[in-house]
Design a binder for this molecule. Structure first.
Ligand SMILES: [Zn+2]
Length: 377
C-alpha cells in the first residue's frame, strides 16, 4: 500500500485535479493506518509486550545502577514472578534479561511461590559487596518500578556488634523490604556460603523463606529416604501432626499433596506432645506395593539439640538465632547428632488402619496406640 502511494505521488506531481485525489487517498490511507495502529493496540498481549519488556529491562538496569554489573559469579536474584496475579506476562521478558547476562537458572535464581495478591518483587543480591537491591513493580494501569531500596545484608556485618544488630532491627521494624527482610537475608547469605543444597533451594521456592522449620523438614525427609528408600513401588503418606514449616518439604520432595491424599495435617495439645516424648514430628506411612507391606514410622525432631549446637545465644534476635540454626542444619555432618531425629515407634499396619488414621475425628497417634484418647486435654 505504501508502495502504491509513493508511485501515485510521483506520477501526479504538478497536476492540480489529480493532486486533490492524492490528498484524498493520503487522507484515507492515514485513517486506515491510524485504525490499524489502534486495532493492534487492542490485541491483548501485543501492545503490552512492548512495555513489559521495557519494565523488565528497567528492573535489571535499576539493580545494576546500585550494584554494578549483574553477572553469574556474584548474583542471586530472588523473585516471586509468576505468582502475583497476571505477573506471568513478564516471564519471557524476565528470562530474556536473565539469560542475556549469562546467568544460570540453578546458580543465580530462586523463584518463590507467593499468593496471587502479593506484589511482584525482585531482590538482587551481590555476594561480594553484600548489597541487595529490592525492587517492587506495579503494572495495573501503567508499568513502572514502584519501590526500590538498596541495603547491605551481609550477615556477618549485621550481626557483629550490638549497634549493627540494632541498626538492622530498626530496618526490619521499618520493613525496608516490605516484610521480606528475613526471607531475603537468610536465603541470600546461605546461598553466598556456596553450601546451600539446590534441592533444599527447591523446597524454599515452595516455602518462600528459609527457616529452621523448613530445614528440619529437609533433615527428616533425608532421614526417611535413607532408612526407608523411595524405590520403585514405594510411596509415603505423611501425617504432619503437629504441623510446622517442615511439611512443605514433603509436599515438594515426595509430591505428597493434600489433594492427592499424600499429606494429612493436624495439630496436638501440649499434653499430647508431652505424652509423645516432647518433640513428635509426625507419622510417615511407608507403603511398599511390591512387598505388600505398610509401616507407620513415627519420628521426633528435637530443636533443643539444634539450639545447643548452633551457637545461638538466649538474647539473639530471631533473625540471628534462626539463621545460625539454618547454617548448622545445612551441614549434613550434623544430621546424625544424637537425639536430633528420634524414632518414637515403627509399626506394621494395614490399609484399614491407614484409613482410620485419616478420619477427621480420629487422632492418628491414638489409632496407632501411642496415645490414649483420654489424653486429649
Ligand atoms: Zn518457615
Amino acid at each position: 500500500m505504501r508502495h502504491d502511494l509513493i508511485n501515485y505521488g510521483k506520477i501526479m506531481i504538478g497536476e492540480g485535479v489529480m493532486n486533490t485525489k492524492i490528498i484524498k487517498n493520503k487522507f484515507i490511507y492515514l485513517i486506515f493506518l491510524t485504525a490499524l495502529i489502534f486495532s493492534l493496540g487492542a490485541v491483548p498481549g501485543m501492545a503490552a509486550e512492548g512495555c513489559n519488556s521495557n519494565l523488565m529491562a528497567q528492573v535489571f538496569s535499576a539493580a545494576e545502577a546500585d550494584l554494578g554489573a549483574v553477572g553469574p559469579q556474584n548474583t542471586l536474584i530472588i523473585t516471586d514472578i509468576g505468582s502475583p496475579a497476571e505477573s506471568y506476562v513478564f516471564l519471557d521478558d524476565f528470562y530474556s534479561e536473565f539469560y542475556s547476562r549469562d546467568l544460570l537458572y540453578t546458580k543465580n535464581l530462586l523463584t518463590v511461590q507467593n499468593s496471587r495478591n502479593n506484589p511482584l518483587w525482585f531482590a538482587f543480591f551481590n555476594k561480594c559487596s553484600g548489597k541487595c537491591t529490592y525492587i517492587e513493580v506495579s503494572y495495573e494501569n501503567e508499568s513502572k518500578i514502584s519501590y526500590k531500596i538498596t541495603e547491605n545484608i551481609n550477615f556477618g556485618k549485621l550481626s557483629k556488634t550490638n549497634e549493627s544488630r540494632a541498626a538492622w532491627n530498626e530496618k526490619v521494624n521499618n520493613s525496608v523490604f516490605n516484610g521480606r527482610e528475613f526471607a531475603i537475608l537468610t536465603i541470600s547469605n546461605a546461598w553466598a556460603t556456596g553450601k546451600l543444597d539446590y534441592e533444599l533451594m527447591q523446597c524454599l521456592e515452595v516455602h518462600n523463606h528459609f527457616c529452621p522449620g523448613v530445614s528440619s523438614g529437609y533433615v527428616l525427609a533425608n532421614w526417611m529416604e535413607e532408612n526407608y528408600p523411595l524405590k520403585e513401588g514405594v510411596s509415603y503418606t505423611v501425617f504432619s501432626c503437629p504441623n510446622w514449616c517442615k511439611d512443605d518439604v514433603f509436599v515438594k520432595r515426595w509430591d505428597t499433596t493434600p489433594g492427592k491424599g499424600g499429606i494429612w495435617v493436624s495439630t496436638l495439645t501440649d499434653n499430647e506432645t508431652e505424652a509423645l516424648g516432647g518433640s513428635p514430628a509426625g507419622i510417615f506411612v511407608v507403603t511398599d506395593k511390591n512387598a505388600g507391606t505398610m509401616k507407620a514410622v513415627v519420628l521426633g525432631f528435637d530443636f533443643d539439640i539444634v539450639n545447643a549446637n548452633s551457637g545461638v545465644k538466649a538474647d539473639d534476635p530471631g533473625w540471628v538465632s534462626k539463621y545460625l540454626a539454618d547454617l548448622w542444619l545445612m551441614n549434613k555432618k550434623n544430621w546424625d547428632t544424637q537425639g536430633l531425629v528420634s524414632v518414637i515407634s515403627v509399626k506394621d499396619i494395614d490399609a484399614d488402619t491407614l484409613n482410620k488414621m485419616k478420619q477427621a475425628d480420629n487422632n492418628p497417634y491414638v489409632i496407632l496406640g501411642l496415645l490414649n484418647s483420654t489424653e486429649n486435654n
